[in-house]
Ligand binder design. Structure first.
Ligand code: MN
Length: 290
């Protein structure tokens, strides 16, 4: 099942070029009270809500996907966990290019550990990226994102994949510079998630998916998730050996070689097999184009 959020917080199921509005299925979770949970309530209740979504589907109002604004498929992740240098070719690129490493020594992921992006950076693909620091280099990083479905701490490798609710495409947008990574990667709109969430049952092998990122039609990043240095199960085990993960938490699994700058007015096309494609506008502070 491909589940999207669109327009004014509608929830839909994507069917080909259309989206079926099944927002009414969320009735059972519309009663959250203060203090609100720190995880995503829709993802936490997804298995419970799926039968109601299926029941609504035949008569659900349909819209053309091209006519809706796609929001981040997860509304309220408690954490955005990210893997640095998790493809060997990107590690080599980051070590070799001063504009990427800014004089900092780049180590392996096992040494460097994982990092967090602020959840306020989260944005859907239709809104796109807003470049606020035009004097700096602003890079795209396409990444497979695993969306946690069930909570856990010290999750074992052999159980890790069963904690995943689904997958989406992520853009870990990055300002290059000497500042702390958690600031450079947390600019508003610098965590793009889209175009929808594909439930885990539809992805046969998350570690055999082709990724492709183009800017204005020019291919920049092309890879396959089989080349992940630290595998998805290992990332979850590694992360949860430090902190718990909760439903809706996002795990950005790392980017392959080919990272590069974007400018206001550019369009980023991102594709991952089994998930789909998204076309993401890059805006300046004052609008789409300069
Ligand atoms: Mn990244």
């Amino acid at each position: 099942m491909k589940i999207c959020r669109f327009d004014d917080d509608r929830v839909g199921i994507v069917l080909g070029e259309e989206v079926a509005d099944v927002t009414d299925a969320l009735q059972p979770i519309a009663t959250a009270q203060y203090p609100f949970p720190r995880h995503d309530v829709l993802v936490a209740n997804l298995e419970r809500l799926r039968p109601a979504m299926d029941k609504l589907l035949p008569d659900a109002p349909r819209r053309r996907l091209a006519d809706v604004q796609l929001l981040s498929p997860v509304a309220n992740p408690g954490k955005i966990v990210c893997a640095p240098v998790n493809y060997a070719d990107h590690l080599a690129e980051a070590m070799g290019e001063a504009e990427i490493n800014h004089g900092k020594s780049i180590s392996t992921i096992a040494e460097a550990g994982l990092f967090l992006k602020a959840t306020s950076a989260l944005q859907g693909c239709s809104h796109g990226v807003v470049i606020e620091h035009e004097q700096s280099r602003n890079d795209h990083e396409i990444e497979l994102v695993a969306i946690m479905g069930t909570a856990g701490r010290n999750i074992r490798h052999d159980e890790a994949l069963s904690h995943i609710a689904g997958y989406a495409i992520g853009l870990d947008m990055t300002v290059r510079g000497p500042q702390d990574r958690s600031m450079r990667k947390s600019v508003d709109t610098f965590a793009i998630l889209g175009p929808w969430m594909v439930t885990a049952d539809e992805i046969r092998d998350p570690e055999d998916l082709d990724l492709l990122l183009s800017v204005n039609g020019e291919v920049r990043q092309r890879a396959n998730t089989r080349d992940l240095v630290m595998k998805i199960a290992d990332l979850i085990a590694f992360a949860t050996s430090y902190y718990s993960l909760a439903p809706g938490d996002l795990l950005f699994t790392g980017t392959p070689a080919g990272v590069g700058a974007v400018q206001p007015g550019d369009r980023i096309q991102a594709h991952i097999d089994g998930i789909g494609s998204m076309d993401v506008p890059v805006r300046g502070k004052r609008g789409v184009a300069r």
